[in-house]
Write a protein that binds this ligand. Sequence first.
Ligand SMILES: NC(=O)c1ccc[n+]([C@@H]2O[C@H](COP(=O)([O-])OP(=O)(O)OC[C@H]3O[C@@H](n4cnc5c(N)ncnc54)[C@H](O)[C@@H]3O)[C@@H](O)[C@H]2O)c1
Length: 369
Amino acid sequence: MTAAAPVRVAVVGLGWAGRSIWLPRLREHPRFAVAAAVDPDPAARATVAAAHPDLELLADVAELGPARFDLAVVAVPNHRHADIAERLLTAGIPVFLEKPVCLSSAEADRLAAAERAGDVTLLAGSAARYRADVSRLYEVATELGAIRHVDLAWIRARGIPDAGGWFTRREQSGGGALVDLGWHLLDTLTPLLGSVEFHQVVGTTSDDFVSDGAWAASWRHGEQAASPGGGGGDVEDTARGFLVTENGTSVSLRASWASHEARDLTAINVEGAAGTASLRCTFGFGPNRQDRSVLSLTRAGQTTAVPLPDEPIGTEYRRQLDELPAMLADPASRGRAIAEVRPTIAAIERLYDSARSHRPTPQLVRAGS
Ligand SMILES: NC(=O)c1ccc[n+]([C@@H]2O[C@H](COP(=O)([O-])OP(=O)(O)OC[C@H]3O[C@@H](n4cnc5c(N)ncnc54)[C@H](O)[C@@H]3O)[C@@H](O)[C@H]2O)c1
């Protein structure tokens, strides 16, 4: 039997995610051959050229053609996701699109139409589902009976991405911590609850840290590059929500780029009729992490630890790549990513609507302070 030919990939967007997450993992993976990389920014192309002198570097996705590529891995700023993916899909190139896949339900419609028009598959970045600790949580959750409630939280001690850049400008990012971290959290729900519609969504947002550079994510561009004075911006650094599915399962959501916590914490509690499973870990690449992932199962007053393998930071991205060739080849993948994305983007839209309907509370300043 001959080994399947490698998937010929173009990496589109050569910023932090393209350069640090995808290029190295794709290049070392035996099932992929990176055939080109695309970025309109000459500096981004020059940085990649220095590290990968053999790679063809292009300035625009128009230079890619379906004959030479089996997949485009797209990691461009959020506001360009829909239009870049739409162009590639309609040109007949399958797309793996980073989160947030889209910034509105209208963009989801456009992507679904492009997938049909190009007759190719759209796949979505869903890294958290590929973590070993989250996979184990899914297994344990099957023993919990009917799931009544899920708590989802990702609370960074500090980690506002690229303060002053596009991440903190709503027009380009689509939102702050909710769109960035909340997307990952909501994405973990599908394997737990199925692709659910939310019947009710309420929420609040706040921005107490986003204008202060001291809370920036130093790991993204190096300590020196973090904007020392704070770039400001017009997005939230924290979002809190309460969501109820059509069949009455509730979900509480907390996404924070910065907080007064000492360490970054991601916590998922799944409460079922027959017990509660609780995972405490740290998603993503931030260095200020929990020492290790801890999963426990509580039933009738007894809490037992569920053993978890230790895995290096970022293993979930490689694991998702392992699955991509089969997903690309499977006709059942067509339309699935968009179907799963719709409840996520609808929940985000409605949480923002709810947050906008409240009058902001001014910070109270005590006399003499
Ligand atoms: N899955 C994850 O854990 C994860 C982690 C980080 C970032 N991301 C996502 O990846 C995306 C990129 O984030 P980032 O941190 O790398 O941002 P970044 O600003 O560092 O990089 C974005 C790059 O895209 C390029 N670009 C802009 N327009 C383009 C176009 N038309 N064609 C090709 N390239 C274009 C920019 O020049 C830049 O080099 C975002 O959507 C972000 O949410 C996902």
